[in-house]
Structures are given as structure tokens and as C-alpha cells.
Write a protein that binds this ligand. Structure first.
Ligand code: ARG
Length: 564
């Protein structure tokens, strides 16, 4: 049963107002299981919050509600405990891997564009941020029945490819290219820029080759394709490790032959003006610098490709929302693009959303002394995996699949840290903290899960195939109820992470589940009980917790391990 709905229905019967979204879960269960802040209605009803609360209290009753209390402006509801436990656990145990899921988003298409690294350039720590945020938003939406399209909008077009072709023809080392394709491509690209300082005419060479590429010159096309294939192959390795998938790799190049039509359309709507030789859409009225559509040399740029891509996506997918997971430094770019789309008369421009995120910094001196751009992701992940392995060697030296466990927990720790805080905030990687088994970390949650699994193994009870119903009402102790309450809140948390496009809501939720589980585990006997029925009831709660932790971690892109 959805108690929030029950309470909001009861209130609606009296007041004729839907208050579902205002119903809260009090931080402390002594204050009730649910609460309704009456001050939200004071203005509308022209009554003091206290008198609204008193009035509601006298009019509400239901067999599943054992008590209603007025505390200040709050109306606190106490649910009949055994009924409550039974209802929630019943849903968890029936739902299993689908618990928390719904079809709330049915028939709506959500585009999540994420990762979008640049060809021939290193995949940097900022790209890992968009990759993990995007992957989480992808899975979170999918869990609620949305039709989700994951797009990797590769940075595979632009004048830099002319430079790269020139640099390749002059300086590439083929052995290196084979061993370490992205580093070698990046090396010759950097070299090009060093050489330009000495001989500025090289810029013209770069432009010339890009023009040839745009005009379809075969050699240039083949080289471009080679750079793209080599880079993608490297990126794929990382995606595989992270369990990240895309439905489309239509990047910037895909739109290169579709741009001209869009430029003409912008022009025909009278939006294009000449400015210092370039052609731009003026956005002064909206307090923004102009959106450049064509450069002085006639080349189209980043913004034009984005406008073209958005129009294409609307036609192809008829999206309900088109989400761009891209760092905060590009916030203005997206505002300009969305505004231009709107001025062109696309009312769906309002459905395009930029989901930004902060910068990534390191506490570790060795890492922070190097430029972010160059920190190789592999290095970051390997460091994490190695450190976790050391801890496991100490804690559980006889563990069988140590490699696999360290990999999952090590990578999970990094992903968890990226998704722990509001995404807009800068994050600081402090390895000691990120990898700690205590505190609000990935390893802490994973360890909690493994501990729960180990209790289930030791019990010898075939918990998954048990007639569980009759045991559920035995769970009435405070720690049990607190844990069950949190387990019951999963779907609400998912919905709110969709509302705010904020995966950290799930991350914090899974921390909350773990904390409550550990409290229950530390203060209640489970395996050493004489009362066989209570023991089974508690094991059922342990099992339900493993279901919820696993499902929640899955939504943020983290795999669990049964033992560690
Ligand atoms: N490739 C770009 C970069 O690495 C990010 C692309 C963002 N997406 C977009 N539609 N512009 O900075």
C-alpha cells in the first residue's frame, strides 16, 4: 500500500486539495511515520496552520493509521506497525529485481546525451563525470518505464581534424599509434600547436585539410575514419568496464551535411545578422552574447551543429525531454542554442535541458600537480582497484575471486564518489575517504550488502522460496520499523531523482538504507535467536535489504558483490 497516497486521499476528501507531494517522512520515527506540514495550506485556507491541523485531526481516521498527532504546524501520522511492515516487505519480496520500478513514464521518450568525448583526445576526468551521471539518469528513467535513448554525441568534427590530418602526415609514429592510439594522436596534435607558434602559416594548412575533409576528399575521409575508429575502440574498453551502453553514436560529424539546411532556415526566419564578418543570431534581448552560426571563413561551428542535432532528434525521436549531460562551463552555450531554437519557432525548445556538473579536483598531491586533462582515467581506476585489493587482502585473505571483487568495488567507489553530492558542486577526490569502508562511501555500502548476504548464507534458510507472509507482522521493533520505512520509500526517491535530474538522491538513499540496516544488525540478534519465527522474520528483512541495495546501486551504475 502507498501510505502517502492513503494519507493524501484522506486529506483530499476533507479539503478537496491534493497534498501528495507535500507529505513528508519525519527524520525521527518518534515523530510519526508520515507528516503533513499544514503551513503549506495556511494562505490558501486563510487559517492558522495549527487550526488546520486540529481540524484535520478530528476528521481523519483509517484502520491502517493507529494515531494522529498535532505538533506545531505538523500533523503526524503513526501507521499501524505490523500492517505497515507487512505491506512494504510484501512489495519488496514480490518485486525483487523490479522492486522500485513502475510504468510512470510510459509512452514518453527521454533522450539522455552523455559522455560525448572528443576523438583523438584523452578521455578526461570530466568525461567520466558526464558518463556516470548520464548512465545513472538513463537507468533511473528506464526503471520508471520511460523509453530512453542514450546518445554519445562524439566530438568527431571541426577544424581540429584538418590540423590532425596535417600532423599525421608529417609526424606520426605508427608503432606508437598501434600501441597507444589516443596518446599518439594527442601527441601530434599538441605538436601541431607547438609548431604553429614558430610558423603561423601552418594554420592555413590545417584549414586547407579540413576543407578537403568537408568536401569529401578520399584520403582525408579515410584518415578521419581511422582516428575515429581507433579512439572509439579505446573508449569502448572503458564503457565496458563501467557497464555503460549507448543507443546511438551520432556525433558532430553525422550532422555536417545537414547543417546547411538549418542555416538557411535560420536565415529565412530573419534571424541571421552580419557581425565582424561572421553570421550570428543576436541575443542581446536575453542578456546573452550572440550565437555564432557561421564564422568569417564560412565554416560552421559547434553551436550550429548542436542546433542541427536538436532539430534532427525532435524529428527522429519526438522526445518528451532532451537532456544534455555536459559540464557547467558549457552552460552559456546551451542557453544560446536553446534560445536560438526557440526563436526559430520550435516550441519544444523548452523540453531541452542542460544537466550541468561541477569540476573534479584531487586532494592527492601527485594527481593534483598534473593537469586534469592529462590524468589518465585508467590510472585513476587502477589506483582505486589496487588500493581496494590491499584492504581485501587484509580483511579477507582467503576470498576466491579477489580480482573481480576488487575491480567492482574499486570502480564502484569512484562512481559512488562522483554521484554522492549534488552534481552542480565541485568534487574533491580524497582517496583515503573515497576508499574507506566506513563513512558515506561506495565500499561501505558494498560491505553492508556483502555482510547481509553472508548472514543469509550462514542461516541455511532458503529465504528466497519461503512462504514469507505469516512472518512479516513479527517485525515491530523500532530499528526494524525504521529500516522498513526506508525500504518502502525507494520509489519516491527514484521519482524525486527524476524530478531534479539528480542521481545523488539515489546515492544518498542507498547510504540511508545501509545506515539503517547496520543499526538494525548491530542492535538485534539475528542468527542466535531461540524464537525460530522471529529469526526467520529478521532474515526476511535482511533479504529485503539486499534487494533494495542491489536495485538502488544498479540505478547509479554500480555492481554488487556477494562476498568481500
Ligand atoms: N565533446 C564535447 C566536449 O568534450 C562535449 C559535447 C557536449 N554535447 C553537446 N551536445 N554539445 O567538451
Amino acid at each position: 500500500m502507498d501510505y502517502k497516497k492513503l494519507i493524501s486521499d484522506l486529506i483530499e476528501e476533507v479539503l478537496n486539495i491534493n497534498v501528495y507531494d507535500s507529505i513528508e517522512i519525519p527524520p525521527d520515527s518518534n515523530m510519526g511515520d508520515f507528516a503533513f506540514p499544514c503551513f503549506k495550506l495556511a494562505k490558501e485556507l486563510r487559517k492558522s496552520p495549527q487550526s488546520i491541523a486540529e481540524d484535520l485531526k478530528s476528521k481523519l481516521s483509517h484502520e491502517s493509521i493507529s494515531k494522529i498527532e498535532v505538533v506545531g504546524a505538523y500533523l503526524n501520522f503513526f501507521i499501524d506497525k505490523s500492517k505497515f511492515s507487512r505491506d512494504i516487505l510484501f512489495k519488496v519480496l514480490k518485486g525483487k529485481s523490479q522492486y522500485g520500478y513502475s510504468n510512470y513514464g510510459e509512452n514518453k521518450t527521454i533522450i539522455v546525451e552523455y559522455s560525448s568525448p572528443n576523438i583523438a583526445k584523452p578521455f578526461h576526468i570530466g568525461h567520466l563525470f558526464t558518463t556516470v551521471v548520464g548512465n545513472a539518469l538513463y537507468r533511473i528513467h528506464k526503471s520508471q518505464g520511460y523509453n530512453v535513448v542514450g546518445i554519445n554525441y562524439l566530438g568527431d568534427w571541426g577544424t581540429q581534424f584538418g590540423k590532425l590530418i596535417y600532423a599525421y602526415k608529417r609526424w606520426v609514429n605508427l608503432d606508437e599509434l598501434e600501441k597507444n592510439p589516443i596518446s599518439e594522436l594527442f601527441r601530434i596534435y599538441v605538436k601541431f600547436h607547438d609548431e604553429v607558434d614558430k610558423d603561423p602559416s601552418l594554420e592555413d594548412e590545417g584549414r586547407k585539410y579540413f576543407k578537403m575533409l568537408e568536401e569529401g576528399d578520399e584520403e582525408c575521409r579515410n584518415l578521419w575514419k581511422k582516428f575515429r575508429d581507433l579512439s572509439l575502440c579505446e573508449f569502448e574498453k572503458l564503457y565496458k568496464v563501467l557497464g555503460v551502453k549507448f543507443d546511438s553514436y551520432d556525433g558532430e560529424a553525422f550532422f555536417s551535411d545537414k547543417i546547411e539546411d538549418v542555416v538557411n532556415e535560420i536565415d529565412s526566419k530573419g534571424l541571421l545578422v552580419e557581425s565582424l564578418g561572421a553570421r550570428v543570431v543576436k541575443l542581446d534581448d536575453y542578456n546573452m552574447p550572440p550565437c555564432i552560426i557561421k564564422k568569417a571563413d564560412g565554416a560552421t561551428i559547434y553551436a550550429t551543429r548542436d542546433i542541427t542535432a536538436a532539430i534532427y532528434r525532435k524529428k527522429k525521436y519526438d522526445f518528451y525531454k532532451n537532456i544534455y549531460v555536459v559540464g557547467n562551463p558549457q552552460a552559456l552555450h546551451f542557453k544560446q542554442v536553446f534560445k536560438t531554437l526557440e526563436l526559430m519557432g520550435n516550441d519544444w525548445a523548452k523540453d531541452c535541458v542542460h544537466v550541468g556538473f561541477g569540476l573534479v579536483k584531487f586532494k592527492d598531491k601527485k594527481l593534483s600537480s598534473r593537469k586534469g586533462e592529462v590524468i589518465l582515467l585508467e590510472e585513476l581506476l587502477n589506483m582505486s582497484i589496487e588500493k581496494i585489493k590491499t584492504v581485501i587482502d587484509e580483511k579477507n585473505p582467503n576470498l576466491k575471486n579477489k580480482e573481480e571483487v576488487s575491480q567492482k568495488v574499486g570502480i564502484g567507489a569512484i562512481v559512488f564518489n562522483y554521484l554522492k553530492m549534488n552534481r552542480e558542486r565541485d568534487i574533491i577526490f580524497d582517496f583515503d575517504e573515497v576508499l574507506s569502508f566506513e563513512g558515506e562511501t561506495g565500499p561501505y555500502v558494498q560491505y553492508t550488502f556483502a555482510r547481509a548476504k553472508s548472514i543469509l548464507r550462514k542461516s541455511g534458510v532458503d529465504i528466497e522460496n519461503l512462504e514469507f507472509l505469516k512472518y512479516l507482522e513479527l517485525l515491530v521493533d523500532t530499528n526494524e520499523i525504521s529500516l522498513i520505512r526506508v525500504l518502502g520509500d525507494f520509489n519516491n526517491q527514484i521519482k524525486s531523482s527524476i524530478k531534479f535530474l539528480e542521481p545523488s538522491i539515489i546515492t544518498r538513499y542507498v547510504i540511508e538504507v545501509s545506515k539503517n540496516f547496520n543499526k538494525f544488525y548491530n542492535s538485534n540478534n539475528i542468527l542466535n535467536l531461540n524464537d525460530e519465527n522471529l529469526k526467520i522474520a529478521r532474515l526476511i528483512l535482511v533479504y529485503a535489504t539486499t534487494i533494495v541495495i542491489k536495485n538502488a546501486l544498479y540505478l547509479i551504475g554500480i555492481e554488487t558483490v556477494d562476498e568481500m
